[in-house]
Design a protein around this ligand. Structure first.
Ligand SMILES: *Cc1c(COP(=O)(O)O)cnc(C)c1O
Length: 553
């Protein structure tokens, strides 16, 4: 009897123990298996060398961060950072006894005359602001001419207070938005598609990522979403992924064509992939990815393919009708990029770039309305009533939509065709000029449209230095990394300035070669970012200081 009881006790004691051990073991193997699968996918996507470099870089960063905390290092770092921060502020925030700051509401109402006069004064507080009207600014201002400005203002005035969140109150604004989307879909050869307007390219891209995330969760049961982008994809993709919790694999582009390595994309696709990305054209060097090849992958693996035409906007679709798609002299050929390519499931197009519409407008298009549903946000049980909105914003400026609609009506396809010819003509003139008369430089890739990037082929010419000299001559160009280059995004304003640009560029190359200073802003920022060991640790801090300075009243 007694032994029996003891035996039963032992057994009773053992069962939960056994279960616990078993559970522990199972859990261990589960975690191990999950991590192995994850590591395998990571390696497949990024390759052994890149993965190794990533680990090395993250360890190096940690070591540097620790080293910088040592009292001796900290003091000198703090001093240098304070100085750099002050420099940034000096460049952005006007100072001095004549600068009036408006830090609280005025007690009494100010008249329109006062307001305009005050704006005049503030405009003069910054003498060294770049003069964009002379055509010396790369991108930034997509100006369609004085006529267009009048039209935008008239449309804006008329729909000044409208808000498309309330279509029953502002029916015309709703109609105009639907028509802008329809016209853009037609331009991208897919009148049966679906789309929406957003506040800009970044929001269009974030919405596409959200759409694929929710589509993949619903249709493919993906809970740990990943996306694949080329190194040349716009930072908005990383931003969106960071907001929405998506893992990003950034893959290299071919050093000659500047197109993403399609074999690498195929290897990187796994069962967690929600989308792949191609640009037409990309921001850094104005080249396009091989969209037909990416389309084949997207169809085969049933993942989304987003084509970023934010910059290509109203230029790239007009290359074919303008007779420019086949290029010239064996250069600048355009590959298919729109919805006619099988596998393309969404495209972003910025009306506020080469569409010449007011800033704050872009169109996101989908293959069909079914896919667009995943972009929506719905809250059917909200205490404020059923809430449904298509994109990130709630209330939206109807005035901007009216301005966009008006601009598209005024330009018409003839107008855009002509602006495409002028702008792309200038870009190609610049590229040809560099090819034929500046042997120290080379064109990056073979850009089909409006952006031309150039790097140095000469050991004594630092392209950042060339960019600096150009800055001194009033040009506002963009510095690129990996590989080092400078780009100009041609606009209507550049057309008049092509000869001047080429002449200045020739001089700048000569100057950089004879008397390299190695000290200009482009060089300094670049050097801080890459060549010094401690650089990367500071770039983030400096960038933060830059953003802080924006809000310095
Ligand atoms: C400008 C641009 C974007 C982002 O657009 P924003 O309107 O600045 O938000 C995205 N992709 C490319 C290629 C761009 O040039």
């Amino acid at each position: 009897m007694a032994t029996n009881i003891v035996g039963r006790d032992n057994l009773a004691f053992l069962i939960p123990r056994l279960n616990l051990d078993l559970a522990k073991t199972l859990l261990f193997y589960y975690v191990l298996a999950t991590w192995t699968i994850k590591a395998k996918r990571h390696l497949a996507a990024r390759g052994l060398v890149t993965s190794f470099k990533e680990v090395y870089a993250s360890i190096a960063k940690r070591v540097v961060q620790l080293a910088l905390k040592l009292p001796s290092a900290k003091k000198s770092v703090d001093e240098q950072m304070s100085k750099a921060k002050l420099d940034i502020e000096d460049k952005l925030v006007p100072k001095g006894p004549n600068v009036v700051r408006h830090l609280a509401l005025p007690e009494e109402s100010r008249s329109l005359e006062w307001i305009l006069a005050e704006m005049d004064k503030m405009d003069k507080e910054f003498e060294h602001a770049s003069d964009w009207k002379g055509g010396k600014v790369s991108g930034a201002v997509y100006h369609g001419g004085d006529d267009l400005e009048k039209i935008i203002v008239a449309a804006y005035e008329r729909y000044c207070v409208s808000n498309p969140l309330h279509p029953e109150v502002f029916p015309t604004v709703r109609k105009m938005e639907a028509e802008i989307v329809a016209m853009t879909l037609k331009m991208y050869n897919h009148p049966d598609g679906a789309g929406a307007m957003t506040s800009g390219g970044t929001e269009s891209i974030i919405m596409a990522i959200k759409t694929y995330r929710d589509w993949a969760r619903a249709v493919k049961n993906i809970t740990e979403p990943e996306m694949i982008i080329p190194t040349t994809a716009h930072a908005a993709f990383d931003k969106g992924a960071s907001y929405l919790g998506i893992k990003v694999h950034t893959l290299p582009v071919d050093s000659y064509t500047r197109r993403v390595d399609v074999k690498r994309v195929r290897r990187a696709i796994n069962s967690n992939t929600i989308m792949i990305v191609g640009s037409a054209i990309n921001f850094p060097d104005g080249n396009q990815d091989d969209i037909p090849a990416l389309g084949q992958l997207a169809s085969k693996y049933n993942v989304g393919l987003h084509v970023d035409c934010c910059l290509g906007s109203f230029i790239v679709p007009f290359l074919e009708p303008a007779g420019l798609a086949d290029g010239q002299k064996g250069h600048y050929k355009l590959l298919p990029f729109d919805f006619r390519v099988k596998g393309v499931t969404s495209i972003s197009c910025d009306t506020h770039k080469y569409g010449f519409a007011p800033k704050g407008t872009s169109v996101i298009m989908y293959r069909d309305a079914e896919l667009r549903k995943y972009q929506y946000y719905l809250h059917p049980t909200w205490s404020g009533g059923v809430y449904a909105s298509p994109s990130i914003s709630g209330s939206r400026p109807g005035a901007l939509l009216a301005g966009t609609w008006a601009v598209m009506q005024h330009m018409g396809s003839k107008g855009y065709l002509e602006s495409c010819r002028n702008i792309v003509g200038s870009a190609r003139q610049i590229a040809e000029g560099i090819r034929s008369s500046i042997p120290e430089l080379h064109i990056v890739g073979d850009p089909p449209a409006s952006v031309i990037a150039f790097g140095s082929s000469h050991p004594d010419v630092d392209i950042m230095e060339v960019g600096d000299v150009m800055s001194k001559r009033g040009w506002h160009l963009n510095a690129l990394l990996d590989p080092k280059a400078v780009h100009i995004a041609c606009t209507t304003l550049t057309v008049q300035a092509v000869d001047q640009f080429l002449a200045d560029l020739k001089d700048a190359v000569r100057e950089a070669k004879i008397a390299p200073s190695g000290k200009g802003t482009m060089v300094a920022l670049y050097g801080l970012g890459r060549s010094s060991v401690v650089g990367p640790a500071f770039v983030g801090e400096l960038a933060t200081a830059f953003l802080d300075a924006l809000y310095k009243a």
